[in-house]
Design a protein around this ligand. Structure first.
Ligand SMILES: NC(=O)c1ccc[n+]([C@@H]2O[C@H](COP(=O)([O-])OP(=O)(O)OC[C@H]3O[C@@H](n4cnc5c(N)ncnc54)[C@H](O)[C@@H]3O)[C@@H](O)[C@H]2O)c1
Length: 253
């Protein structure tokens, strides 16, 4: 299916690694130019972007910045507008893993850190995007990367993350409802167990144990999430508004 995204401009936060990289790849393969926002871009990420750009013809622009800081959103959007003149798509993917502690042992700093990186970043970036779309009277699409933790609470010592991702789902529905009249669509994707550089490295006994527990016998890959994200950003998903699309490979059943 041609998603007709050719020539669109996307911003992907946390695009230098893991699921974010899968989103950058899927959008570039559909013909989008992508601003790749991350804390930093190491040699491996730069090599990945170079190869992807060569293969797809997409312009891929790395921007360093901490998206949990309010001012970073303005910097990222300024870079995108200077380079491409417009922004059509925002993928809020950056997040930090859970700080796994029993609830009563969580410090205020633990709590703040998870909310700031995982939830506040989605607020700052989404607000900047919606302001831009409204100023220019343009349509747009936002996809927020959620987690099955927003919907099931069966993982222990995870409350700060559960709250951040539940908040991100609330943000998704709230903006979607307010902005539907202006053709700014907002949706979420819900990964379950995605194999990334950080989560389940091949060869570790823990990875193999987890693999055997998965309904499909396989982890989700970042590009599988990326392709759902690309679909949600396209007009093919024009009637999908405020949804949280389960991409968890059956782990929420
Ligand atoms: N991997 C999974 O199994 C899984 C499951 C459910 C949800 N998720 C969610 O998917 C998203 C990506 O997860 P991942 O597994 O790919 O993580 P990852 O750690 O592999 O990649 C996250 C990327 O975000 C960047 N990042 C982190 N904090 C940032 C900040 N403050 N500013 C800018 N960039 C920042 C990191 O540098 C990194 O490149 C997260 O929101 C995570 O909660 C992941």
């Amino acid at each position: 299916m041609d998603l007709q995204l050719k020539g669109k401009t996307a911003i992907v936060t946390g695009g230098g690694r893991g699921i974010g990289k899968g989103c950058v790849a899927a959008l570039a393969e559909e013909g989008c130019n992508v601003v790749v926002a991350d804390l930093s871009h190491d040699g491996e990420t730069m090599a990945f972007l170079e190869e992807l750009g060569r293969r797809t013809g997409a312009a891929l622009v790395p921007v360093d910045g901490d998206v949990s800081r309010e001012e970073t959103a303005d910097e990222i959007f300024r870079t995108a507008l200077d380079r491409f003149g417009q922004v059509d798509i925002l993928v809020n993917n950056a997040g930090r893993g859970a700080i796994r502690k029993p609830f009563h042992e969580l410090t205020t700093e633990d709590w703040r850190s998870v909310q700031e990186i995982t939830l506040n970043s989605q607020f700052f970036m989404s607000r900047a995007f919606v302001r831009l779309c409204r100023e220019r009277d343009r349509a747009g699409a936002i996809v927020n990367v959620l987690s099955k933790s927003a919907f099931t609470t069966n993982s222990k010592d995870n409350t700060s993350y559960i709250c951040a991702k539940s908040g991100a789902y609330g943000l998704t529905k709230g903006i979607a409802n307010e902005m539907a009249p202006y053709k700014i669509r907002v949706n979420g994707v819900v990964p379950g167990y995605v194999q990334t550089e950080r989560t389940y490295p091949d060869g570790e006994p823990r990875t193999e144990r987890m693999r055997q527990l998965l309904p499909t016998g396989a982890f989700t890959t970042p590009i599988e999430i990326g392709r759902v994200v690309a679909f949600l950003c396209s007009d093919c998903a024009g009637q999908i508004i405020g949804a949280a699309i389960d991409c968890s490979g059956g782990t929420m059943l």
